[in-house]
Structures are given as C-alpha cells and as structure tokens.
Design a protein around this ligand. Structure first.
Ligand SMILES: [Zn+2]
Length: 149
C-alpha cells in the first residue's frame, strides 16, 4: 500500500470484503488492515486490544485452515515456526505442549510417531505435509496447535 521496500506478506489468504495483493511489515504493524477491515487471523479470547493485535497486526499463520491463535495464561502466544521433532525433547514434551482439548481429542502420539517432520522445516513448501504442527511460545513455555491439510 505504501510501496516501501522491506518484508512483504502475501495478502491472498487474508479475510475480508476487500482484497489486497500484499502488505509490508510497517503497514501491518501500524494497523493499516484495520482501516480496510481485513483480518489476517482469527482471535476470540482476551481484551479487544489483544484480539486486534492478532487479527489486524500479526502476519497470517502459514496454514490453509482457520487460523485460530492459541491464547494461554491471559495472553496470546508468539508464533515461532512449523515444528519438527528436533523442537522437542521427547514425545511427552510434545504432547504436553497441546491444549487439553487436543490432548483428549487427537491422537497426538500417532502424530508424533507418524507425521511430525524429523528435520527442521526451512520453507513453506517444505512444510506442506499432511499434518502441520504450529509451535508457539509464551513465557518460555511451548504451546502447539495442529491441522491437517
Ligand atoms: Zn506499507
């Protein structure tokens, strides 16, 4: 929108009535998307300010599914990367990084054994697996979500 050089995010997957091709990091963090009523992610918890940070000023998660951002201990987590096995000490740590609902409703042990990438994922093409694990952190603790493509 401003034509500045720098990091640009593809706007193709954003939510909203209007379409934009892309937005630069500066415009994104200044909240320009709010004026256009374009949302990058979905957020339903916390204060309006916390939600706006995720919905209008945070790059979209690299997923084709609903981008629901994990909210833990009073605030939103920081997205780190698409996870691989090397990001966890062991299966127990992997499983305990998920929300209770995921631990109860998903076969995380199966995901760990059969779907979690063995090596670090370096690009989005690389990360195009059947199941993707999104690694977030908050206060030094790991929090994961997953989806299937
Ligand atoms: Zn800009």
């Amino acid at each position: 929108m401003c034509g500045k050089e720098g990091i640009w995010f593809d706007g193709g997957g954003f939510y909203g009535a209007k379409d934009i091709d892309c937005i630069c990091e500066a415009c994104l963090s200044e909240g320009k998307l709010k004026e256009l009523e374009i949302e990058t992610n979905e957020a339903f918890e916390g204060t309006d300010e916390q939600k706006e940070e995720i919905v209008f000023r945070t790059p979209a998660l690299p997923t084709w599914q609903d981008r629901c951002w994990p909210f833990r201990d009073g605030d939103y987590c920081v997205f780190e990367k698409i996870a691989s096995k090397v990001d966890f000490t062991n299966k127990e740590e992997f499983i305990s990084s998920f929300a209770k609902e995921d631990q109860e409703n998903s076969d995380l042990s199966d995901i760990w054994e059969n779907y979690l990438a063995e090596k670090p994922i370096t690009s989005i093409e690389d990360g195009n697996y059947d199941i993707s694990i999104y690694l977030f952190t908050r206060n030094g603790k790991k929090h994961c979500t997953w989806d299937a493509s």
